[in-house]
Write a protein that binds this ligand. Structure first.
Ligand code: HMH
Length: 221
């Protein structure tokens, strides 16, 4: 096995919050089949809002890769992220139709709005490519780990949620996350201490916002 990479060491160092994001109670309810369907609907609605700013963010990462990357292959990977998002939007529209959600009437909740503002701050041109690609990896990795956990053998994930889980939990998505992780680690290896510190702080913010996003998805009381 190779030496521990920067992202490996950060995941180890920030294990508690990473686990908080990838093993959240909401995910555990999907896994044990007790998920509240109105909570799932809230998740769908807030995802639709989140994805709008996420798409803009991924677009900004593509611009940074084009300007700053030492490897042209990065642009293709990020273009792949955008292609997947195009597909995701179609899927969300279909789900919204099934569940009587009017996409034009969704109001972003506080956690979603805060996460969007954070993504917007990463879109600024002065934010380094290394910082942005590390954040992109973290955002995708949290969803991958969370939903792959719902697909493990012996889980009771409801049939109607399997499609969602397979979207982010699949082997293809796993490979894509590994590719992003490799790019981030390659950049971090060549980065300055100052840039790498910013990337680590960015990773922590992503994890905090992911936990906040899950926390918002509560059944109405
Ligand atoms: C909130 N985090 C959130 N939504 C997503 N779709 C992803 C991460 C991964 O794409």
């Amino acid at each position: 096995a190779g030496a521990m990479t920067a992202t490996d060491s950060w995941l180890r160092k920030h294990r508690l919050i990473y686990t908080g994001a990838t093993r959240h109670p909401f995910i555990l309810t999907i896994r044990d089949g007790t998920v509240d369907l109105s909570a799932f609907k809230t998740w769908l609605e807030q995802e639709c809002e989140f994805l709008r700013s996420f798409a803009a963010f991924v677009g900004s990462v593509l611009v940074k890769a084009w300007k700053e990357s030492d490897d042209r292959a990065d642009e293709e990977v990020i273009l792949g992220s955008l292609a997947a998002l195009n597909d995701e939007f179609a899927w969300f529209k279909k789900e919204a139709l099934k569940r009587d959600i009017n996409l034009s009437e969704i109001v972003p909740q506080k956690a979603t709005a805060g996460y969007s503002r954070f993504l917007e701050s990463l879109m600024r041109p002065e934010v380094e490519y290394t910082v942005a690609i590390t954040a992109l990896w973290a955002i995708e990795a949290v969803y991958h780990e969370s939903f792959a956990y719902c697909l493990e053998e012996g889980t009771k994930t409801p049939l109607e949620l399997r499609e969602a889980c397979e979207r982010w939990g699949s082997e293809g998505f796993d490979k894509y996350c590994s590719t992003l992780k490799k790019i981030a680690d390659r950049r971090l290896e060549m980065g300055s201490g100052e840039v790498n510190k910013k990337a680590e702080v960015g990773l922590l913010r992503v994890l905090e916002y992911e936990v906040g996003f899950w926390n918002m998805i509560r059944p109405p009381s």
